[in-house]
Structures are given as structure tokens and as C-alpha cells.
Design a binder for this molecule. Structure first.
Ligand SMILES: [Zn+2]
Length: 306
């Protein structure tokens, strides 16, 4: 499937930010067309990786294409979890962290077809170890994480919090208690398929910054409608997960369909679409520290040192 990256851009009124795409799979169009009028309003696209091959494609993307800023994320997806590959991905993230917006996608996928029949428990443990080590690196580098969870939502949330608490305890032990580390994590759970009460509790947890991103397929998902209704707008983001998760099952998804996610949120919260666009953009900028390229902690430190 070939999808020219430029076709994926949209045209709108106020800037929107697609926080989860897999567009590195699709080569940019040769030659690049003139920048289209951005009338659908997607000004920023975050492109995540799933494995080492994807990571190279993500790193090769230009910072701006067709008038749209491309943000990069590297990570090992749970479907590719492998303890031999993991150190290579961690090294790649370390080398390129200054140009990353977050680490992802990482996570847990306990779908039967992913776990397989042979030894599902062993597969789960490998996924958990891969996620844990990538979260530890994100905490060390001050980056947020972009999390995939399928049939494992509350397990992924628990692992995020446990890893942050363990990192804080280790830092306290090293520093003799001098180092201030509250053990909090910054994350977005993308296309969440877990129970609404877990999402609501995580979003409201003041110890962490945990967001949930809404894909266009939410229009046809009663399960998603439940958690979207319970998670406050201040903890929601927009995503397409393009080329997957379109509003129409089986259709190729592109970032211009972000407007469907906007409309789902506006209807659920009883607010104007413009309010959704503004709120979700602010949320994404806060989570990722956009504008500085390497995460909220760096921006906070820079502002503190002014
Ligand atoms: Zn995913």
C-alpha cells in the first residue's frame, strides 16, 4: 500500500495536532508538491516507529513537509518485543533523543493473535520488560511515552506507574534522599480499548500526566464512547493512527480525518469544535513540550534557568 505522505495532510481553521501516525511506512512523494493551503488545520503530525526498520524511516523524515511539522518518536512496539532488539532500540533512542518528541510506540498487546499459542506468558514477560526499559529511558531523558495497549490497558497503566515509582526510589537511594524525584510519568495511551473507569482514574491521578488520544474509529465504538465521556477534555488528545483506525472500517486513514475525532469529542463534551481543537492542541503541547523538540522537562529546566 503506497500512500504519498503529502496526501495525508489536511486543510482548517485552527492548528491541530495528530499525536499518533505510522506514516513513516509511506515514502514521501517525489517531487514534493507546493505546500497546500492548510484548510483542514493539521499543522503537526507525530510519526511513531514500531521497530528498527521503521525507526530509520522516521529519522529520515524532514522536520517540515508540505507546510506540516513532522515530529518524531522512536520505540519498540509490543508486537515486535524482543530482548535482542531492545538494546539496539535503546541505543538508537539515546543517540537521537534531542530530535525526538517522545518515545513510542511502546506498550503491551495481549491480543490472542499477538501472544500466540506456544507460550503466551513468556511473550507477556518479554513485552513487559521491553516496555519497562523504554519507560525507564524516557524518565531518564525527560521524554513522554506514546503507549499502545490492547487487551492490556490497566496492565500498561500499572507498569507505567510502577516503573516511575521504582526509578524515583532508585534515584533517592543514589542521592541519599537529596534528589527530588516524585516518580511521576508523562504518557499518552493511544486508541485505548480498556475499561472507562481505569482511564478516568489515570487521567485524574494528580501524581502523573496521563492522556488518552481519540482516533476517528471512535465514531463506531461504544467502548470508546464510554471512556471519552469520562476522561476530562484536559486529558484528551487527537490521533488518527493512520493508516489504521478510520471512521469507516477498512478504509485507509489519513491525518485529515482528524476532524472526525474533533467532532466525536465536541459531541461527547457538548462543546464547540473550535474549543476541542484549542484544548487538545494545548494538551499536546504541554505533554510533549512542543517547540523545543525534546520534551517538557527540558523546557521546564530552560524556563527555570532564565
Ligand atoms: Zn498502536
Amino acid at each position: 500500500m503506497k500512500l504519498p505522505l503529502a496526501q495525508a495532510y489536511c486543510t482548517g481553521t485552527s492548528p491541530q495536532l495528530d499525536t499518533h501516525t505510522l506514516l513513516a511506512h509511506h515514502p514521501p512523494p517525489p517531487p514534493p508538491p507546493p505546500p497546500p493551503p492548510n484548510s483542514a488545520g493539521v499543522h503537526d503530525i507525530l510519526v511513531v516507529s514500531e521497530n528498527l526498520d521503521d525507526a530509520d524511516l522516521v529519522l529520515a523524515l524532514p522536520p517540515v513537509q508540505c507546510g506540516v511539522r513532522l515530529h518524531k518518536a522512536l520505540g519498540l512496539h509490543p508486537e515486535h518485543a524482543c530482548l535482542k532488539t531492545l538494546p539496539m532500540m535503546l541505543a538508537l533512542i539515546r543517540t537521537h533523543h534531542a530530535q525526538l518528541t517522545c518515545i513510542g510506540e511502546i506498550g503491551l498487546d495481549y491480543s490472542p493473535h499477538v501472544l500466540g499459542m506456544e507460550d503466551p506468558e513468556a511473550t507477556k514477560q518479554i513485552q513487559q520488560e521491553c516496555m519497562r526499559q523504554q519507560v525507564e529511558l524516557a524518565l531518564e531523558l525527560g521524554l513522554a511515552v506514546n503507549v499502545h495497549s490492547r487487551s492490556a490497558g490497566h496492565h500498561a497503566l500499572a507498569l507505567l506507574k510502577e516503573t516511575a515509582a521504582a526509578a524515583a526510589a532508585a534515584a533517592a537511594a543514589r542521592s541519599g534522599g537529596d534528589e527530588e524525584n516524585k516518580g511521576s510519568v508523562r504518557a499518552v495511551l493511544h486508541a485505548w480499548d480498556g475499561k472507562a473507569h481505569y482511564a478516568e482514574a489515570a487521567a485524574l491521578d494528580p501524581e502523573h500526566e496521563i492522556y488518552f488520544s481519540v482516533p476517528p474509529c471512535a465514531t463506531r465504538s461504544p467502548l470508546m464512547a464510554k471512556w471519552i465521556a469520562r476522561v476530562p477534555l484536559e486529558r484528551l488528545l487527537l490521533e488518527t493512527d493512520s493508516p489504521a483506525l478510520a471512521a469507516v472500517k477498512g478504509e485507509v486513514n489519513v491525518p485529515k480525518h482528524l476532524k472526525v475525532s474533533v467532532e466525536v469529542l465536541a459531541a461527547s463534551k457538548g462543546v464547540e469544535v473550535e474549543d476541542v481543537r484549542e484544548a487538545t492542541r494545548r494538551n499536546a503541547e504541554r505533554l510533549f513540550g512542543l517547540g523545543v523538540g525534546a520534551g517538557m522537562e527540558r523546557r521546564r529546566k530552560e524556563e527555570w534557568n532564565k
